[in-house]
Design a protein around this ligand. Structure first.
Ligand SMILES: [Zn+2]
Length: 329
């Protein structure tokens, strides 16, 4: 699809607008996870349970049922993640139950994160592969809303809605690094280890709740840290996937249509892109395009794009409004 510079910028802004909704959704999910995790640990501590005492049978039954309900809705990959998360979790004592409950909460959000990433980026490359700007806009605008209500399923809140809207066999856009999904899995298992460790210490020490609550917050949302913890990594992944899909699909199109040169465009968004300022407006050969060097994305959270340069177009003045010049005369 051939886009003028103006159209390329408008389409990218539309995509990045959708993306910031996704980012808010995932941040909301992690904040809710933090609240749910702290509540779960708190209710254990307040009940003054003994860690090693046998758990009530009804609790065990309920938990197994919850895990099964979640599990049945998942694809093979997701089921594999659930098995790994629960692999060494016995369900005998009160302590086992607490660990299983926090594991379930985190797993729910991890599934949400995986599907949200796949679903939220699914239409971008489609939009960049159609023939006209108008149809591209339409595709982006009708991207389904994936946000969920924070009630319903015991483990996670948002999972239900995602399940309904996304086929379980949805596949990741081929332009996005495939290892992004295995990164989510790895990070999820690490997060589970950390939170279980905090939960165990909190349950056994039975005091000073402020301290462990801060620890939970640090892991899940970063607490007061700028990194935003796991929530920040999840948001970063959505941004990376979006920019990869836009720019890799664009580059394929340029090569296919034998466009010789492109111009680097640094979008002026609040989150961008001091690093890319120097590249803005520079022209490179398509044959020399190298992601991270002279072709976006250049860095994490980069929102830059490129626009094609054609010798027979008045490319460098395509957004130049000549009536402004008339006014100066
Ligand atoms: Zn950039």
């Amino acid at each position: 699809m051939k886009l003028s510079k103006d159209q390329a910028i408008r389409l990218a802004k539309l995509v990045y607008g959708q993306e910031s909704k996704r980012v808010k959704e995932i941040e909301q999910a992690y904040k809710q996870l933090q609240t749910d995790t702290i509540d779960t640990i708190n209710s254990y501590v307040n009940d003054d349970k003994s860690w090693n005492a046998k758990a009530p049978l009804d609790d065990i039954k309920q938990l197994l049922e919850d895990v099964k309900n979640l599990y049945d809705d998942l694809n093979d990959d997701e089921q594999n993640l659930v098995r790994m998360a629960f692999s060494d979790n016995k369900l005998k004592s009160n302590g086992d139950m607490l660990l299983a409950k926090v594991t379930g909460l985190i797993i729910g959000v991890a599934i949400y994160q995986r599907r949200q990433l796949i679903g939220g980026t699914a239409d971008i490359s489609k939009a960049y592969e159609v023939k006209s700007y108008q149809s591209a806009k339409k595709i982006i605008k009708k991207t389904p809303k994936l946000s969920g209500k924070t009630q319903g399923r015991r483990f996670s809140s948002n999972v239900d809605v995602i399940m309904q809207k996304m086929a379980r066999n949805a596949v990741l856009d081929r332009h996005i690094d495939t290892d992004i999904i295995s990164s989510i899995n790895k990070q999820t298992l690490q997060t589970i280890r950390k939170v279980r460790d905090i939960a165990e210490r909190a349950a056994k020490s039975n005091k000073d709740s402020l301290n462990w609550q801060n620890e939970v917050a640090n892991v899940l949302t970063g607490g007061n840290r700028l990194t935003n913890g796991q929530m920040g990594r999840a948001a970063g992944m959505i941004r990376t996937a979006t920019a990869q899909s836009i720019n890799r699909t664009t580059l394929e199109g340029l090569k296919k249509r034998k466009v010789k040169r492109y111009k680097f465009v640094s979008l002026e968004a609040p989150t961008t892109c001091a690093d890319c300022h120097n590249l803005d407006g520079k022209i490179f050969n398509v044959a020399d395009a190298e992601e991270g060097v002279n072709y976006p994305l250049i860095h994490i959270n980069c929102q830059c794009i490129v626009t094609e340069v054609n010798e027979d177009d008045d490319w460098d003045t395509s957004t130049h409004d000549i009536t402004e010049d008339f006014k100066k005369l």
